[in-house]
Design a binder for this molecule. Structure first.
Ligand code: NDP
Length: 606
């Protein structure tokens, strides 16, 4: 929207040693030996937490046919890949999705206030292709879900899709050169090519609290919001049925930050149970002016915006910031500090110190914001986050902190220990019993668990090789897409590719494009399989390992959370959870050249 005035690095007015000490103390309070095992998998007596509250399951015939391309997952990954395949003339595409419609995360997460945290202009995929103008700088969930459905309709992806269907097995038949896909609906069909985009955060988890099943009130997870109980709707209509209710919410991550203001507006009483506060910076959402949009939306606009965002995020040499959101602000500050280092003192240590200073400065501002917004001093103190900003998911909101000024809202801070236990009448936290009618779990999703556990199925490749065995020591791919021994199978996700975490959809649209080009090539050549060579895969891994590693994101010095495997040593496999060493901008340029030159270096088409 405007050329950027680079922020001047401010004079350091904080006591770095004291902050580091405080961060360490807060981290130590929260470290626990059980790590990821503290959470409950939603199986057996907890399986009802996974029931789809949005779409009834309908009966259908089991499929036993063949498709050119099957995609597992109907979220952004499947949709953008399906769209790119359709553009390449490949229309025989079947998306298999466990939800009742397309949307993935945006199908499930319909909690009130759900909204994208990265600007819609770059976050929402295929805006230009679908001709959709986002209505707000940060679109709300119903608009993003509608965009998913629009992509599905425009690219003909509904006709062949299987909803409310969970893949149970995926196995390569080397004689027929097809993948055999079996599902929980009795399907057993084949596909020449398969894409997998099951998403990183799609298996809800509950805190493993003693007595959790004893609660006699109403309970649900935020990703299965029960509007029949609360009233209201995903577009934010007041939840009138909560007016006479005592509501508790466990968790204060990015989800809670968005739904707490809505709960505060209507709940008779609201108790927010906090283990670790989020950092909550300003949001500054605004409608997108149609005239302004028309003035910038010339052909190729979204690609220009995507490239500009990525360049601002990863030091890709942008001299303007089109997007101007919380993420680009963060990275511009860091870059400004680094730019302030005299040329002859530009060492990795000096750069790291500049990075750290920028983070301390930002977090001081975020803590000062809490004081400026929250009137009760004790509550304000408890809402301050004491860790580096990238230790946990940064949040942005203009009504979350304000909600704690409402007389019906209480913050129940547990000083890092979490809720103690659930009792039939409510919960025990910080030594006090809280009586509740409704208990909402904003407790997040499985992250640090192995791929096969989260996907819900193993992949059996050539010669019976299981993906779980092949990846036992860490993920191995070329470009984050291909795996040797698993022909004609493509992963659609950020790791080992651009790994641009602040705008995941950009990774996915690029991967979708790469896959469409390869499949088109295979079909044109009459090839029955496409496979990365062992050498090319290894060269890709070797290259990844030359990079700087995971930096702040996922650091073991951070307060525990899913970014750092709950503070537990993630083992040697984690060093492979990285991206292209030269950064996301360089990766996108590289992959564009790789898929455009026709050589497909490292692939065998047979
Ligand atoms: P998170 O995993 O981020 O948060 C879970 C919360 O539950 C944490 O506050 C955690 O505390 C808390 N918790 C866990 N156990 C206990 C306990 N025993 N007692 C009290 N509290 C407990 O999940 P979210 O659903 O909030 O977010 C997941 C991710 O989804 C985000 O990080 C983000 O990537 C994505 N997201 C994106 C959004 C967007 O783009 N707009 C919006 C919402 C989510 P602790 O921190 O101490 O572990």
């Amino acid at each position: 929207m405007s050329v950027v005035d680079e922020p001047e690095p401010r004079t350091q007015t904080f006591d770095k040693a004291a902050l580091k000490r405080r961060y360490r103390e807060e981290r130590e309070k929260r470290l626990r030996p059980d790590g990821n095992a503290q959470y409950l998998p939603l199986t057996g007596r907890f399986a009802h937490y996974l029931t789809d509250p949005y779409t009834p399951v309908t009966r259908r015939e089991a499929r036993a046919d063949h498709v050119t391309f099957a995609f597992i997952g109907g979220g952004f990954a499947g949709l953008v890949t399906g769209a790119r395949l359709a553009e390449a003339g490949i229309r025989d595409v079947r998306i298999v999705e466990k939800g009742g419609d397309f949307g993935g995360t945006w199908y499930w997460n319909r909690y009130p206030g759900a909204q994208c945290d990265t600007a819609s202009m770059v976050y929402m995929p295929l805006l230009e292709e679908t001709g959709h103008r986002p209505t707000e700088k940060y679109a709300h969930a119903p608009e993003i879900l509608a965009q998913c459905q629009r992509i599905g309709r425009q690219f003909g992806l509904y006709e062949n899709a299987l909803f409310h269907t969970v893949v149970e097995q995926l196995a390569w038949d080397d004689e027929a050169k097809v993948w055999v896909i079996s599902t929980d609906r009795g399907d057993r069909f084949t596909a020449s090519f398969v894409g997998v985009g099951a998403g990183p955060l799609h298996v809800p988890k509950l805190p493993g609290l003693e007595g959790i099943e004893s609660f006699k009130g109403h309970a649900f997870h935020t990703s299965r919001w029960d509007y029949a109980y609360t009233g209201g709707d995903p577009s934010g209509a007041p939840m009138e049925k909560l007016r006479d209710k005592r509501v508790g919410i466990i968790g204060t991550g990015a989800t809670a930050v968005q739904c707490v203001p809505h709960l505060a507006r209507t709940s008779g009483r609201l108790f927010v149970f906090q283990r670790t506060p989020s950092s909550v910076d300003t949001r500054a959402n605004a409608p997108i002016d149609p005239d302004w949009f028309a003035s910038i939306a010339s052909p190729g606009w979204q690609r220009r915006w995507l490239e500009n965002f990525t360049a601002n995020q990863t030091g890709g040499g942008a001299n303007e910031d089109l997007v101007m959101d919380g993420w680009t602000d963060l990275s511009r500050r860091i870059q400004a500090r680094i730019a302030g280092i005299p040329r002859d003192q530009m060492t990795p240590v000096a750069m790291m110190a500049a990075f750290e200073d920028s983070d301390f400065e930002k977090m001081e501002e975020i803590r000062a914001r809490v004081d400026a917004v929250v009137t009760d001093r004790t509550t304000a103190d408890k809402l301050k986050a004491w860790y580096n900003q990238l230790c946990k998911r940064p949040c942005f909101h203009d009504a979350y902190l304000q909600a704690f000024n409402s007389p019906n809202v209480s913050l129940v801070d547990t000083d890092g220990r979490g809720v103690e236990r659930v009792i039939p009448r409510g919960v025990m936290a910080a030594g006090v019993e809280y009586e509740l009618d409704c208990l909402i779990f904003a407790s997040g999703f499985e992250v640090g668990t192995p791929f096969v556990q989260r996907a819900g199925f193993d992949v059996v490749g050539r010669d019976g090789l299981k993906l779980s065995d092949y990846w036992a020591d860490g993920m191995r791919t070329k470009h984050g897409i291909h795996v040797h021994g698993f022909p004609s199978l493509f992963f659609v996700q950020p790791t080992q590719g651009a790994n641009l975490i602040s705008n995941v959809p950009h990774n996915l649209t690029e991967a979708g494009q790469t896959i469409a080009v390869m499949v088109r090539e295979a079909l044109d050549r009459g090839a029955r399989e496409v496979e990365v060579t062992r050498e090319a895969e290894q060269a890709g891994i070797d290259l990844l390992l030359t990079g700087p590693g995971r930096m702040m994101l996922g650091s073991q010095d951070c307060t525990p959370g899913y970014y750092n495997n709950e503070g537990q040593d993630p083992g040697p496999a984690a060093k492979l959870n990285v991206g292209y060493p030269a950064g996301a901008t360089a990766y996108f340029k590289y992959i564009d050249a790789w898929r455009s030159d026709g050589a497909f270096e490292g692939l065998n088409f047979r």
